[in-house]
Design a protein around this ligand. Sequence first.
Ligand code: NAP
Length: 280
Amino acid sequence: MAAKIIDGKKMADALLDNAALKIAALSFKPCVAIVLVGDDPASLMYTKKKHDACARVGMESRNVKLPADATQREIIAQVQHLNEDPRVDAILVQLPLPAGVDEDAVLAAVAREKDVDGFHPENFGKLALGIGKIAPCTPKGVIYMLKESGVQLAGKHAVVIGRSRIVGKPLALLLLNEGCTVSVCHSKTKDMGAITRMADIICSAVGKPRLVTADMVKAGAVVIDIGTSKEAEKLVGDVDFAAVSKKASLITPVPGGVGPMTIAMLIENTLVCCENRRKK
Ligand code: NAP
């Protein structure tokens, strides 16, 4: 039977509408500062989508641009300036940063209470301990999609492909916190198919078209495709959608799956930062 498609766009639209109502009821506009260093076309496109979503829900978004040759010291100074600005509730540093800049040092400079992506080492540590208030946007969006689609997580075997700071690792931690048995695959994993075939839930975050093929998927599994790459100018995921959707029970498309949810979670996380800061 063909898999049911999880409509990330529809879920994200509902979340944005809800956020717009919440913001309209406030006496001030929450504000997120988006720091972009350089002019990488993909980063420009992602940050534009984030600013557009902020405008849609009535949130202020500050466009903080630095040239591609900005030094680490200059980037950190800008972040510290935003840390101290009482009108800024949340700070997002668009990754990747130019070669030669230590991302860890920049992310550790973001004030913990304004860390909208949850990448500060203390916030990431709290996520690992299951006591965090902020979870990185993409993994948080994946958990939301699974729950909203009625997937019971506790006791399920979830396989995460990818172990990056942005997606794979925090997603594995969130699934673990939800009571899943979690396996994490990466570029050094041997015989990945043997592991994914045991999975009730497969989440792939790599960026390689057709990495996940139908023979790697157990019948009835839930498949979340986080990866994005361009093939002949078309956005594609990691999953061989046509074949896998005949075997899975639930599947996300690319585009229209996880992508819009990442943006919706940025808005949610900005509101979380805003509430935490302003109730102090
Ligand atoms: P990344 O930092 O490049 O990490 C990719 C991960 O994939 C690494 O852990 C790598 O393993 C693993 N990998 C590479 N080749 C593999 C293979 N053949 N088999 C198994 N694992 C392999 O990328 P990222 O930032 O996590 O992003 C991953 C993908 O998600 C990208 O396509 C990105 O565009 C997409 N993404 C989408 C959204 C969205 O909103 N839809 C948001 C963020 C990212 P090693 O660690 O061993 O190198």
